[in-house]
Design a protein around this ligand. Structure first.
Ligand code: ZN
Ligand code: ZN
Length: 413
């Protein structure tokens, strides 16, 4: 029993509709920046439940605001986009789109936030404050949240007191997992173009060879984490792509390297970006390159660092409501752009995860030690959360967490 038990008794009345909506969303996935069908469905439903709705924010972003008397403002966010993957789950509600799939579970997030919005709307006598339900486009490309902010999102709502978001991950369905402090890494991709002076492969003395230059950069990059990052800190730097030349006896004019880095503090991120630039420029100079290298940072995701106070409050509410199904979340090397919104608004936030794997399948894989091989993870063409208890848990998690600010249940004791 918890303060939210009363309102969550209403879940049975919305269960069928929510499951049908989820199947429909799963069957109709939309790529980043193209979430128009999903957004229209979200807006239509929120309006029907009395939310003040604004659509088309930063593309297909939707925000619904529901005021129920004085009290804190709680922002809850779900992302809406799918991935360019051909579904291989075999589900009868599988994707009907060509090579597009909800392989990251954002359809679960949308269904759960709509479920929470509906329950909060139909039980307004049980809480007091303002609910902001944010449906964000383009999480997978890392620019959906910023796009909404650039489009004036902050002016559309009262300043929230707290921001909340969740993600479905591999793990027993029915569990909710929290973690204070850094929880998801920041990620950046960097494209480096270095320049040489092309010529015949038989006369290297007349050229500046960008292939050798690029190779030296790759080797030197390996020293950044090993020699410049403290052993107690952690970071990843991978050169995932290197391209140059077309034929064995031609020295090309340029080479292009693509790097990906993951870090858990802003200071480490800044240091690594500076080191990458320093090495690219330094090696170019050492090679006698005729032109400064071009360095472009793209696909950047911010660090997700949960506020300690907010996370403790949510974790306590989860422990009270979910009991032993409330667990601690591991540090993830994945990345998210959710925190761009609370950071821009100056609002503390927490981001938690819910399990989406059939609990029996999970227990069996755990027993055999085959979790990584047997349990499909996010971005796999076989990723398919079990519908229940995933939807009920994700809906309850939002209501319980928001309820910790909205005085949920206090009206009726
Ligand atoms: Zn994803
Ligand atoms: Zn995702």
């Amino acid at each position: 029993m918890s303060a939210a038990t009363g309102i969550l008794n209403g879940y049975d009345a919305i269960r069928d509709d929510q499951e049908a909506l989820y199947r429909d969303l799963h069957a109709h996935p939309e790529l980043s920046h193209e979430e128009s069908r999903t957004a229209a469905e979200v807006a239509r439903r929120l309006e029907g439940w009395g939310f003040d709705v604004r659509s088309g924010i930063g593309g297909s972003g939707v925000v619904g605001i529901l005021r129920a008397g004085d009290g804190p403002t709680v922002l809850m966010r779900a992302d809406m986009d799918a991935l360019p993957i051909t579904e291989a789950t075999g589900a009868d509600y599988g994707s009907t789109a060509d090579a597009v799939m909800h392989a990251c579970g954002h359809d679960v997030h949308v269904a759960c936030l709509l479920g929470a919005a509906r329950l909060l709307s139909s039980h307004q006598d049980q809480w007091s404050g303002t609910v902001v339900a944010l449906f964000q486009p383009a999480e997978e490309t890392g620019d959906g949240a910023r796009g909404m902010l650039d489009d004036g999102f902050a002016d559309l709502l009262p300043k929230p007191d707290v921001a909340l978001a969740q993600h479905v991950l591999p793990g027993p369905a029915g569990t909710v997992l929290t973690r204070p402090g850094p929880v998801l890494s920041s990620a950046d991709s960097v494209r480096i173009t270095v320049y040489g002076r092309g010529g015949h492969g038989s006369t290297p003395q007349k050229t500046v060879d960008p292939v050798v230059l690029a190779a030296l950069i790759v080797v030197r990059m390996q020293t950044v984490v090993a020699r410049e990052i403290a052993p107690t800190d952690t970071a990843v730097l991978t050169v995932g792509s290197i391209r140059a030349g077309s034929k064995s006896n031609i020295i090309p004019d340029e080479a292009v390297l693509e790097l990906n880095l993951r870090t858990y503090t802003e200071a480490t991120r800044t240091h690594m970006l500076e080191a990458i630039e320093r090495i690219a420029r330094g090696e170019s100079m050492a090679s006698g390159s005729p032109k400064e290298p071009q360095i472009e940072v793209y696909d950047s995701f911010p660090l997700t660092e949960n506020d300690e106070t907010v996370t403790t409050r949510v974790a306590d509410a989860f422990a009270e409501h979910f009991g032993e199904r409330a667990l601690e979340m591991d540090l993830q090397t994945a990345s998210e752009d959710f925190s761009d919104v609370p950071r821009a608004l100056g609002v503390p936030y927490t981001y938690w995860s819910i399990g989406g794997t059939d609990p029996d399948a999970w227990a069996e894989a755990e027993r055999k030690g085959t979790i990584f091989s047997d349990i499909p993870a996010n971005h796999s063409p076989a990723f398919l959360p079990v519908i229940q208890p995933t939807l009920e848990t994700g809906t309850a998690a939002l209501v319980v967490a928001a309820g910790a600010w909205l005085g949920l249940g206090s009206e009726n004791g």
